[in-house]
Design a protein around this ligand. Sequence first.
Ligand SMILES: [Fe+2]
Length: 576
Amino acid sequence: MIILGINWRHGDAAACIVIDGKLSSAVEEERFTKIKNCSHFPINSIKYCLSSNNLTIDDIDYITVNSQTKYNSLGKLIFIFKNLFNKFIYKNIKLSLLVKKEIRYQFYYYFNKDIKDKIIYVPHHLAHAYSTLFFLEDNQNSLIFSFDGSGDFSTIELYLVNQTKIKLLEKNYFPHSLGFYYMAFTQFLGFKNYGDEYKVMGLSALGSPIYADKIKKYLIKNEYPLRLNFKYFNIPEVTYFKHRPNVELLFNKQFIDIFGEPRSSKEENIKQIYKDYAASMQQVFEDIVFGYLNKFQKQFNSKKIYLTGGCALNGMLAGKIVESKLFNEIRMNPNPGDAGGALGSAFYQAIENKCVIDKNQNIPYSGPSYTNSFIKKNIINKIIDNKKFNIEFCEKDEDLSLNIAKKIKEHKIVFWHQDGMEWGPRALGNRSILADPTDINIKNILNSKIKKRELFRPFAPVVLKNYSDDYFYMHEQDSKYMNIVFKAKENTIQKFPGVVHDDLTSRVQTIEITDNKKLYNLITEFNKLTACPMLINTSLNINAPISMSPMDSFNFFLISEIEVLILNNWIIKLNK
Ligand SMILES: [Fe+2]
């Protein structure tokens, strides 16, 4: 059975293909269009998924979408009656009623086919729940906590899982949303773009939560179930401009009366009050989530929690859950946001159709990959005579690891482009910038000269799993997808300052040889040379979506003037 899953009409449009219960290809549209969080119909992603599997649209049994218009109909109706004078509500409802027609139209436009009989609409949070891949593991009273801005009018859904059986326990309705709460502060703190919340999470580490009580007093009517005080917020209005989602200002004049003037995005040195607001907002966010988790963990004696939805990208919260020991295990997938819902919807349909799910899935690296000969034809042959570059081909992977480990030891920053692109917002070692964490100045160099971004932003380590306990308080928790923040141990703070944030934490990626052999071997060689079992790992991009093709990586290399670019087995050095 061949299923094409798509995410559209949210940010991060995406497509994937699941064949006989196994993920075959998955990619986000932003990697093709170069528009961050691109919301355009994912036509490039769909075409890639089809061509990389030698399929045509006629071969597809089902097309699944992570949205269902009729879901939460009663809740929507009640909301409409309570907000009769809000023009945006009508516009939004009209758009959501048209979405089914729109999807059929898009497929007709691009493929000249009516896909009416193939399309399956999966409720948004149910698709998030299936994107956790809970069905690949054993489950006894496990919980799935899905939370985001909003999807199909739900903002939080909590499920109970026993083996592959899933049961909805709780839901919260729009507009009472943790995602919108976080976004309101993100805008207030001067970060205006859709998806900037991760910057505020990083900023929160620089402040103290001294305003948490004030936030609770004015903004939160009730923590469980969550009720925001809409005296201080505007009803969320999501629009799309040049294929980017945009949320109109969520905080209003009454909010400013209580919390003061918003920070100007042009202000370079961020005042302490804004850092404290970020820390306080993060604290309240965590308190509310813990209210839900404590209640349901107690009720079902749950040992395992799956986190999903856009808010699950908050690694500080995930770290606090690990630290609390409320659960024995916390599970996250590499793509918990809306793009991941494409995969969740496809797996939902596969399981509904009794497909046998393959337990060995290569989920994180299922994007486009390119061969050495492709790189030779499209890049190397064009620059071979240019004296600006020194080009080498490293036949054996083992030689490549040693060669690059030596360069990183010499404090060279390297652009590392290998094989299949990551599925999800984190570079996990195939589209990465790698650097030496022992260098005290490395954070400043990377932020100001290479990534050209705010100086407070932290960098994450990728560490050999066998050594992770020696350097971080891991609490026996794995972190393959770099989405949990752990406290750094004293030796890390002293020896590897490049991967430690201001609050002495690190968003750790643990790695074993089976996860990514080339990266594992590179770090192993680096460890032999330096007694440091980790590298800085940050995404290969400069104020743009992460690189997809070798040409993208080469272009970033040219802009950055970094000295070393590795494209599979090709090493390109800049002669300075
Ligand atoms: Fe979502």
